[in-house]
Design a protein around this ligand. Structure first.
Ligand code: 5GP
Ligand code: ZN
Length: 118
């Protein structure tokens, strides 16, 4: 299992060192509201273990990747937006605007969204 990374903001949210508004938790995942929401629902679902991005988690060939996706859908159900629709985003690297190098799935919804994104 990957080690906790000392300077990682989301590892600190997992340990409780940094507070967050947690909406769901499983043994291996955590879902909390984004501090700077871009829509009425904006939740981040993360593996509690540190993986830098989605590809790194997928490379581990672990059921954890599907657990993150199932939890993302559960967040949408909990917030009552699953039927209207929602967006899942995995920013990866600088051009995508990834600012926290701990894999996270943005669950965004509660309003009409547009495609392509900016
Ligand atoms: P990224 O840009 O890496 O895909 O997404 C990082 C997200 O983390 C951003 O949407 C940002 O608003 C959110 N974020 C940054 N710092 C904090 C924090 O301390 N608490 C919470 N809940 N979200 C944060
Ligand atoms: Zn981390």
């Amino acid at each position: 299992m990957p080690e906790k990374v000392p300077d990682c903001l989301f590892c600190k949210i997992v340990t409780g060192e940094v507070p967050a508004t947690v909406v769901r938790a499983t043994e291996r995942t955590l879902a909390f509201r984004d501090i700077n929401p871009q829509a009425p629902t904006h939740v981040l679902v993360i593996p509690k273990e540190h993986y830098a991005n989605a590809a790194e988690l997928a490379s581990a060939a672990d059921a954890l990747v599907s657990e993150v996706l199932l939890e993302a859908h559960a967040v949408a159900v909990d917030d009552g937006i699953a039927e209207a629709g929602y967006r899942l985003v995995f920013n990866t690297g600088p051009n995508a605007g990834q600012t926290v190098d701990h894999m996270h799935c943005h669950v965004i919804g509660g309003r009409q969204m547009h495609w392509p994104p900016g």
